[in-house]
Design a protein around this ligand. Structure first.
Ligand code: PLP
Length: 320
């Protein structure tokens, strides 16, 4: 039996290595990183998480663009996009070879979590350590797409302008330093909630520890011809408020606009969330998780949440 500390066989690692065109496949059950790697000792590095569906990585360009932006902010000189694309392809192919998708007609969805990881490497290294990991999605995330989640608001302690004032906080980068985000999630679990929405010291809605906040407002008015006109508005916090720009939010906004939704970008306060017709936490792996309650207060109605979630899921499914 596999010891708990060792990854399951269907975890695939592919290191970016100039000697291997498609990347170098490595054994995930064996140590692969130096214990002195600054990624391990300081959380000094960046990453991306994306979902491959049916063997195809989704929104790969948006993830590669954000990875390059994060690396620039940390002054990490990472390989070019095509090397990442080849390693991602190798990782997904190898994963599907080791753990083939259910045969046609099977119930399991053909999803693979793909992480692109960069660490600064051991002290004095001339180049960062870069690899791709492919593994199975967590069952809890997939369940939460269906059941929805209960969320608590937690103060992140920074004001919403700190990102611009203090770029060294790296708030717009997806760094490996996620200990605070994970601690917030544990705090939520200890308090009976599934997830968190961070607020700023000046009372603005920011983001989840691993997701972007979205809300929907429906406004009905007389259409002047005896009927009713419904304006559907999708709103997310301001992108320059010290949050990570979400690739899922960005792609969904593009699809929603084409489908007739109006779009808005904060500023948002907790009251706006509580008054919304629906709220979601959206991210690349869990996708849209409808929020049932915030600090114990129900958001919208179950019917409206379900209807709007189905509508946005259908839009999101059209994204490459
Ligand atoms: N905000 C934070 C802090 C995140 O960690 C993530 C994803 O992991 C997101 C937002 C959502 O980003 P994406 O939609 O690109 O997955």
């Amino acid at each position: 039996m596999t010891p708990a500390s060792v990854p399951s066989p269907a975890t695939v690692l592919v290191f970016l290595d100039p000697a291997f065109d498609g990347g170098r496949v490595a054994d995930a059950s064996k140590p692969q990183l130096m214990a002195t790697d600054l990624g391990a000792t300081r959380g000094d590095g960046v990453f991306e998480s994306l979902l491959a569906v049916g063997g195809r990585p989704r929104k790969i360009q948006a993830h590669l663009t954000r990875l390059a932006g994060s690396a620039r902010l940390l002054e990490l000189d990472i390989p070019a996009e095509d090397a990442w694309r080849r390693a991602v392809e190798t990782a997904i192919g190898e994963y599907r070879r080791q753990d083939p998708p259910a045969a046609a007609g099977g119930t399991a969805e053909d999803e693979v979590v793909v992480k692109l990881l960069v660490t600064r490497g051991p002290e004095g290294a001339s180049a960062p350590t870069c690899w791709v990991q492919a593994s199975a999605p967590a069952a809890a995330g997939r369940r939460q797409r269906e059941t929805g989640i209960d969320v608590i608001l937690l103060d992140r302690g920074y004001d919403s302008e700190v990102g611009e004032r203090a770029p060294w906080l790296l708030l717009g980068a997806k760094t490996l330093s996620y200990a605070v985000n994970m601690a917030a999630l544990r705090y939520a679990h200890q308090h009976g909630a599934d997830d968190v929405i961070f607020t700023s010291a000046d009372g603005r809605v920011l983001e989840g520890p691993t997701s972007t906040v979205l809300l929907a407002h429906l406004e009905t008015s007389d259409d002047g011809a005896g009927g009713v006109r419904t304006v559907r508005r999708l709103i997310t916090p301001q992108l320059d408020s010290g949050i990570l720009p979400g690739t899922s939010q960005g792609a969904l906004f593009t699809a929603a606009k084409a489908a007739g939704w109006e779009l808005g970008y904060g500023p948002l306060e907790p009251k706006d969330l509580l008054d919304a017709d629906a709220v979601w936490l959206i991210s690349s792996i869990r996708l849209l998780a409808p929020v049932n309650h915030i600090d114990g207060q129900e958001i919208g109605t179950p019917e409206l949440r379900q209807q709007l979630t189905a509508e946005l899921n259908a839009l999101f499914a059209t994204i490459e």
